[in-house]
Design a protein. Structure first.
Length: 220
């Protein structure tokens, strides 16, 4: 793959707790220059970015990074993010519901968030490092049924990030309308090519611009 082809699949990401506006604008300038798929930023920066970068595709995170905020809070966060200019929403599921066997709660929550997304893209983060194989399989079906646009591996804040085996598993089990996003620990060109080759339509990383273009950015 060419550098341009890879960068076109990158959600250029900065989600660290102390991210400054100067760092965010550097991220956005890089995204514009190198034509990444989006910038993935904290919700508090969505509106300021929309005001300064009218044509930039903005992705933000909901229920991040632990996922166990109540559904009503995730729905409100999503509504406000979309109103502020976000085109893509990366929400974290409530992993405690999975561990308690409450799969129907997870399904309903994704449906509610998808509803308030309107026509915007919804990516569902399942945080694979905390899940059993059986739970991952079950979630492929839930995300497909809920009508989400993507299944996403990780927040980047868990005990491990993306694994190729999970991408290969998802590819077999998700519905035809669902795409895959890999995130967390993807730091080399070989990683980027491997995950895309395995089936990831998007990669969430802070490293791609620096790797492929000589740009400079710090990750989460």
């Amino acid at each position: 793959m060419t550098d341009r082809e890879i960068l076109g699949r990158i959600d250029h990401t900065l989600l660290k707790a102390a991210a400054s506006w100067q760092e965010i604008t550097t991220l956005c300038d890089e995204a514009v220059r190198f034509k990444t798929a989006s910038v993935c930023v904290p919700p508090c920066y969505v509106k300021p970015i929309q005001n300064e970068y009218a044509d930039l595709n903005i992705c933000t995170v909901i229920g991040f990074p632990l996922g166990y905020s109540i559904t009503a809070a995730k729905v409100l966060e999503t509504e406000r993010a979309v109103q502020s200019g976000a085109n893509e929403i990366d929400m974290v599921i409530n992993i405690t519901d999975i561990k308690n066997g409450n799969f129907e709660y997870v399904l309903e929550e994704i449906k509610l968030v998808k509803k308030v997304c309107g026509g915007k893209i919804l990516k569902v983060i399942i945080e694979t490092c905390y899940l059993t194989e059986e739970e991952k399989i079950r979630l492929c079906g839930i995300i497909t049924e809920a009508g989400a646009d993507f299944i996403k591996t990780s927040t980047g804040f868990g005990s491990a990030g993306a694994a190729l085996a999970d991408i290969e598993l998802f590819k077999k089990l998700i519905g035809p309308a669902v795409k895959i996003k890999a995130a967390g620990g993807i730091k080399t060109r070989e990683d980027l090519e491997s995950f895309i080759g395995a089936g990831a339509a998007r990669i969430g990383t802070s490293s791609a611009v620096k790797l492929l273009s000589g740009g400079a950015s710090e990750g989460y």
